[in-house]
Design a protein around this ligand. Sequence first.
Ligand code: 4AD
Ligand code: MG
Length: 430
Amino acid sequence: MKFISIDEAIKNGKGKVALRGWIYRERGSNQLKFLVLRDSTDIIQCVIDKDRISEKEWNDADKLLIESSVELEGEIAKDKRAPTGYEVKVSKLNVIHFAEKYPITKDQSIEVLADYRHLWVRSRRMTAILKIRSTVFGAIHEFFRKKGYYEFHSPIIIPGGAEEGPTLFEVKYFNQKMYLTQTWQLYAEAAMFSLEKIYSINPSFRAEKSKTSRHLTEYWHTEVEVAWFNLYDLMDLCEDLVKHIIIKVLKENKKELKILERDVKKLEPVVKNKFPRMTYSEAVELLNKKGMKVSWGKDLRTIEEEKIMEGYDTPVFVTHYPKDAMAFYKPKDPKNPKVAVCFDMLGPEGNGELVGGSERDTNINELIKTLKKKGENVKDYDYFLDTRKYGSIPHGGFGMGTERMIKWICGLDSIKDAIGFPRTMTRFKP
Ligand code: 4AD
Ligand code: MG
């Protein structure tokens, strides 16, 4: 017989089926065994009756521990008591591998689950998250490709920084010191002159010492760089991208969102409503009105971002942050030189900064001045500054923390669950 997946079998709902997968749960008596089988698509209860199967098969079934792999055949039928509403009466059982006693049992601590991550990825919860993650990545590619963007790849090992220095990871590169990239951006700005509209989903690295629920040291960065775009074009593009991702997940991952007990009503306003926009100065005013003492000039911290987001059920764009607190490439606003032409997109439900973007400074003297002020070696940026010497044009881009998006969409407590094998300062194994 041809093997089919569990969800196909459930869709068929009747007749003979051949299934294969792993034992998700098992219990039984000396006459009947109830095995819950799982594969990547779903779980299904399978019942083995001692009288309807050979002695060898019965003895094998008796020895099956959780996560043993099996092939089986049987008759599928509706059964209200079964966990997914169907049951298979097994007529044939072939054990592929008898598993040892599974080290993951019920109600284990987060730390134990992290130590056994290589096994925990098989859990229904992780399987659901990884499927949603796959949808998110697919949706991003689809969004940009439909709009005629090219996928461009930058090097991962780079000679210098772009964002704040302290989060650079050093790499011993033969006899030289190099770094793991924090962003694709500086190379993207060079490639933009060739391709005009480019995007990428690439690993980025930040030596973050903070232990928060939103920081990884290795994350997948969705980045875009566009010729001729200004701040408002960028925010429109960003909003459309976020909406496209959410629409896709709501459509394709109903089952997974249910497994995660995600309240999808919280995501629906995101698709329907326009994301509000406010300036940093307005945000500071709002915070002070709400009783927080925030002085103008500092980058916003998590607690401040959360306070701003109270009462919003969609992301909010905060624009025009203080120039001095921003990365060197963000240009000053010609109308107000104290602020940069940039934005952050803050997520609802305490998710904070999901996206950061800006127009790019095209004034080579300003760039050099800012780099010096930040203590950078201007020589390291020669290749970048060259882009401002040969047909420089207005352009801009943004970067989205893909795991932060996934954390938000899935309603996860920690960003660590938004990726198969998370890397943080304290967690790097397995
Ligand atoms: O705001 P950031 O640092 O901006 C840049 O790197 C720009 N060069 C992007 C660009 O314009 N091409 O990072 C962008 C986003 C943040 O908004 C955040 O969502 C995510 O990357 N991010 C992290 N995600 C997980 N773990 C970390 N340690 C992150 N650091 C930033
Ligand atoms: Mg940022």
